[in-house]
Design a protein around this ligand. Structure first.
Ligand code: PMP
Length: 353
């Protein structure tokens, strides 16, 4: 504690991100990044954007990218908000739509940034335990006082609700904002974007960090009614009108137009995920069915912590959560990464038999 810190800093408990080791030869399966490079068209567009125009501020309204996103999602540009990663969009949404004296609801096991934002902005919250199969308890998410937020698919479990379940959460929170964090939706779940046309209280957040392999440029967006989008714009413009830099903008636009590359890499990741699931099941892991680019697993022959630590010594990074000590989250890497991973896990398990 420093005497110079404000009361806000004193009460803040920052999010602890997954390890980002400096070495380049590690196999990194701990922060759900895409193992493939970004679209070559996106890389080219970003190189092209490194020019004299960088002396000028970027567009504060991000119109051209909003148009590209709107076309792709079959909505209007006024229904799109763009931010510096979906983490930033989520932070703005907490400020724009939740109140300090009205408890919001989110699942007990979920993205660990939600309680961080809630504490930062003094928003009380109630956590809803997952069901026995690790899915979100739809009934428990209904009738909130101050609003609802959940990822679909959920993280770190990887399980998605279907659209009927999502719609019943919306219907039973008619006067509250429902934020659906679709960071991983592209890997196999149904998007709730069509529901934003029917319900003005639904905000969907998305990211280019996972399915578009662009975590490094920090680009996220939200889709919702124009009144929700205007609320987010008000917060953003009171904070920093130019959150999206020119290079990011160029890369994001090109990536979102390159559907062929996107489909190829996405399908490969899904295929590798299913292969990895099968291999781990042969090794007697409990593997939760995933609709994301990661697997949530429970080893039975070794403790989760021991496996995490032993793999780390061999420069393979997976995610261990102190509060979920029996489970591990494994991001899906390239085919080669996952073969090496499965071989190492097999060796480790055989060596303790
Ligand atoms: N939501 C969920 C559920 C996530 O797992 C992540 C990535 N850690 C994010 C949002 C944030 O992604 P980004 O800020 O890279 O868009």
């Amino acid at each position: 504690m420093s005497k110079f810190w404000s009361s806000t800093v004193r009460k803040t408990k920052p999010y602890v991100p997954g390890e980002q080791p400096n070495e380049t030869n590690v196999i990194k399966l701990n922060t759900n990044e895409n193992p493939y490079p970004p679209s070559p068209k996106a890389l080219e567009a970003m190189q092209f954007a490194v020019n004299d125009d960088l002396r000028k501020y970027p567009s504060p309204t991000v119109d051209s990218l909003r148009k590209v996103i709107a076309k792709r999602e079959d909505i209007e540009p006024e229904n799109v908000f763009v931010g510096n990663g979906s983490d930033e969009v989520l932070a703005f949404a907490f400020q724009a739509f939740f109140e300090p004296n009205e408890a919001i609801k989110f699942p007990e096991i979920t993205y660990s940034f939600y309680p961080v934002y809630a504490k930062l902005y003094d928003i009380p919250y109630q956590t809803v335990p997952l069901k026995d199969d690790f899915s979100i308890d739809v009934e428990g998410m209904c009738e909130s006082i101050g609003g609802v937020i959940f990822p679909n698919p959920n993280a770190p479990t990887g399980i998605a609700l279907n659209l009927n379940e999502v719609e019943s959460i919306i219907k039973r929170n008619p006067n509250q904002v429902i934020i659906i964090d679709e960071a991983y939706v592209d890997f196999g779940a149904d998007t709730a974007v069509p529901l934003t046309k029917k319900y003005p209280n639904v905000l969907i957040t998305r990211t280019l960090s996972k399915s578009h392999a662009l975590a490094g440029i920090r680009l996220g967006y939200a889709i919702g009614s124009s009144e929700l989008i205007e609320g987010l714009e008000r917060i953003k413009n009171s904070f920093n009108s130019y959150t999206i830099n020119r290079i990011t903008l160029a890369g994001a636009e090109a990536a979102m137009k390159d559907d062929i590359y996107y489909d190829q890499t996405l399908n490969q990741i899904i295929e590798t995920r299913e292969w990895t699931k099968q291999e781990l099941e042969h090794l007697e892991f409990e593997v939760i069915p995933s609709q994301t680019n990661f697997l949530f697993v429970k080893p039975t022959k070794i403790t989760a912590k021991e496996l995490y630590e032993t793999l780390k010594q061999q420069e393979i990074y997976i995610r261990f959560f102190e509060n979920l000590e029996d489970y591990l989250r494994i991001s899906i890497g390239s085919e080669d990464d996952m073969k090496t991973f499965v071989n190492e896990v097999t060796n480790i398990i055989n060596s303790i038999k």
